[in-house]
Ligand binder design. Structure first.
Ligand code: HEC
Length: 154
């Protein structure tokens, strides 16, 4: 126990605050926290990416305003997953392959391609023209696939 934990333990003993107990039980290693972080970021990306895919495929009625909102969200969120790929986080509850560490430059390049294409999609989406949107949506989708193929376990 470090000093903080000791202080908390005393606080719990003294006050019985269940909230504090929960915080301590939730403590994760930096690697576990990083895995949670990047999976969380990708979950949010998927949440916004899915409806765009359905609209592009004609499974959902095209709504330009909704599409633009989702494209904006993916462009913003594309900046986050990179923060979660830290050394020592390629084992345990993760689908990330250890090759990410070995091919760090290539992984970084694939992440940047995703960010660039997602930003371009947000730009095109503002115009609301599905014919222009479709090919750019395809490029974003390809950037996901290109990385998953190399660096994500199925
Ligand atoms: C540069 C690499 C890269 C790019 C680009 C990328 N991903 Fe991923 N993605 C990964 C890796 C690696 C994992 C596995 C993360 C883990 O389990 O720790 C992952 C996991 C996921 C997951 C599962 C999250 C979970 O809860 O376990 C989803 C969903 C996902 N990606 C969607 C997408 C979508 C959609 C795109 C594009 C719009 C995308 N990803 C782009 C590398 C990438």
């Amino acid at each position: 126990m470090n000093l903080l934990q000791k202080t908390l333990a005393i606080a719990i003993a003294a006050t019985g605050f269940a909230v504090v107990t929960n915080v301590m039980a939730d403590e994760k290693s930096p690697a576990e926290a990083a895995i949670d972080y990047r999976q969380g970021a990708f979950t949010m990306i998927k949440h916004h990416f899915g409806p765009m895919g359905a609209m592009v495929k004609g499974e959902m009625e095209f709504n330009a305003a909704e599409f633009a909102k989702n494209a904006d969200a993916v462009a913003a969120l594309s900046k986050f997953p990179a923060n979660g790929f830290i050394a020592g986080s390629y084992e345990g509850e993760t689908e990330a392959k250890p090759e990410i560490e070995l091919n760090a430059d290539d992984f970084k390049k694939k992440m940047e391609t995703f960010q660039v294409e997602a930003a371009a999609l947000a730009e095109v989406a503002k115009g609301g023209d599905i014919a222009a949107i479709k090919p750019q949506f395809g490029k974003v989708g390809e950037s996901c696939k290109a990385c998953h193929k190399e660096y994500k376990k199925d």
